[in-house]
Write a protein that binds this ligand. Sequence first.
Ligand code: ATP
Length: 222
Amino acid sequence: MKDRIGLFGGTFDPIHNGHIRAAEEVQRAFGLGRVLFVPSHLPPHKQGGPGASPADRLRMVELACEGHPGFVASPIEVEAGGRSYSFLTLARIRELYSEAEVFFILGVDAFLEIGTWRERERVLAECRFIVTGRPGFELEAATSVLGGRLRTDILRIADRGPVDEDLLARARVFLLPIGALDVSSTDVRERLRKGLSLAGLVPSSVEAYIREHQLYLDRRGP
Ligand code: ATP
């Protein structure tokens, strides 16, 4: 069996326990040897720019990955600079891990935006997708954004895995219900601006980094 790798992209501004929970459940269900967390340099879809620098966001991802076997912080988008596009990142990951099968991981809210991605047909053709649930979004909504043949290539995983080779062969886009946490980076930034606790929302090492570097205390962005 080929080694399986998950590619989990995002702004991670900052990374929070909702990201970690989703990655853990996907890793377990799909038997992923590695989950690469890839913070974007400049995300194409977000307005107003991120609150923390790419270097700080990458460092927080590194801290959050500590103690989770198989979790890897990938600097490829931050090092590439400029706008970050999934099709370029995927090509690079496939080059770096040419022996592995790559799965693109994202929450259903992000998957619903796939119509705006550059080269989405290519990305959809080149790797399988794992779409996780997220509070406030219907997992099934993911089926409505794909047209044509791809619509029949979606499979909802009934329980939380493990997903064997037979199941894998049956689809290209897998919808995985998870015990998702109701947290977003926007919540975390808002709580920091208001001086509220982050207990249970981000890993303690990430909270310590935020406080030490006094991140997210200004009034920029939502
Ligand atoms: P923001 O509030 O700034 O929009 P965010 O919390 O949505 O940020 P991102 O870095 O934009 O975080 O998300 C990266 C990926 O993680 C996306 O695929 C998103 O769907 C997923 N994700 C974020 N939060 C959760 C969560 N609580 N549960 C499951 N998936 C999540």
